[in-house]
Design a protein around this ligand. Structure first.
Ligand SMILES: [Zn+2]
Length: 306
């Protein structure tokens, strides 16, 4: 009962313009870095979509972008970096939209919405599936053995995880045409990267839990993803998002050291929080965005609960 009631109150508050007024008075304690994954129009098939919570509906995403454009200051990554470096004046309600992994729905569904509202976005690409035309391992495994198997695999020792994904992985994208879980192709990623609204960064080659991998593997995963993007776009990224992203659990000091050596200057976790100037640049916090978050709920969090 509690959640629907709260949702009703928030929708009423939204309808009366309460959040609009509250946001206008609000000054964020840092940049709100929103972490999305996919954006889907296939709402009718949501029950058959593994990790469905990480794929927001197009209507939800459109409402988020309208809210951000009207009541916040949507930033490109370089603008957020300038604020964090003290090279640009702080803004009252800065928002940085990011996407992890590199689903095809970014180009097909999200980009037209971003364009309609003039909202920039940064895409952190897991480059192996994009290069090879295969599904992301966690989607493959969730489809064949269930989401709980994909979650359990994240906790395996590195060698066991590698053996598992190499025996179960590799569902070709030709079987995924029109599928919301399909990754971008190289041509699609390159087109997205060259859009004026889009910045790109790396997210490893094969999406391991980096902290479980030997240091040499961590360095190789980081280098391969940066090299692939440099080859596709002509520019080597200097930004990164950690797979799974929990500080201490999913990445560690060896990861940060590898990123520094690879000339990466900003890296994003999934630690929930405002990305304020005092945060270490390789530990930028984000808010993970899930399906079911209305514009009223997003406004409420920005005003009251984050
Ligand atoms: Zn990811």
């Amino acid at each position: 009962m509690r959640v629907p009631f709260a949702g009703t109150i928030k929708r009423l508050a939204w309808a009366t313009g309460y959040y609009e007024r509250a946001l206008a008075r609000r000054s964020f304690p840092g940049v709100a870095v929103l972490c999305y994954h996919g954006v889907t129009v296939a709402a009718a098939r949501r029950d058959r979509l593994p990790h469905a919570g990480l794929h927001v509906d197009a209507g939800e995403f459109e409402a988020h972008c309208a809210l951000i454009a009207a009541h916040c200051q949507p930033l490109a990554l370089r603008e957020a970096m300038a604020i964090w470096a003290g090279e640009a004046a702080p803004l009252p309600r800065p928002v940085l939209v990011t996407f992890d992994d590199g689903y095809r729905s970014l180009l097909q569904v999200a980009l037209p919405i971003l364009r309609r509202h003039g909202v920039p976005a940064t895409v952190f690409a897991c480059t192996g599936p994009i290069a090879n035309g295969t599904a992301f391992w966690f989607d493959d495994l969730a489809r064949s053995r269930g989401e709980s198997a994909a979650e359990a695999a994240k906790a395996l020792p590195y060698a066991e995880w590698r053996a598992l994904v190499e025996t179960t992985g590799g569902l070709a994208t030709r079987h995924l045409s029109g599928d919301p879980l399909a990754p971008l192709s190289v041509a699609e990623f390159t087109a997205l990267a060259h859009d004026p609204l889009v910045s790109v960064g790396a997210h490893t080659a094969t999406h391991p839990i980096l902290a479980r991998a030997p240091e040499a593997v961590q360095r190789d995963e980081i280098a391969r993803s940066l090299d692939a993007i440099a080859g596709w776009t002509g520019a080597r990224p200097t930004s990164f998002a950690y797979p799974n992203g929990r500080p201490g659990a999913d990445y560690d000091d060896r990861t940060r050291s590898a990123l520094r050596d690879a000339a990466v200057t900003v890296a994003f976790s999934t630690h929930e929080g405002w990305a304020h100037c005092g945060e270490p640049p390789l530990d930028r916090s984000r808010f993970v965005m899930r399906h079911g978050t209305s514009a009223a709920e997003l406004a409420h969090r920005m005003c009251h609960s984050w």
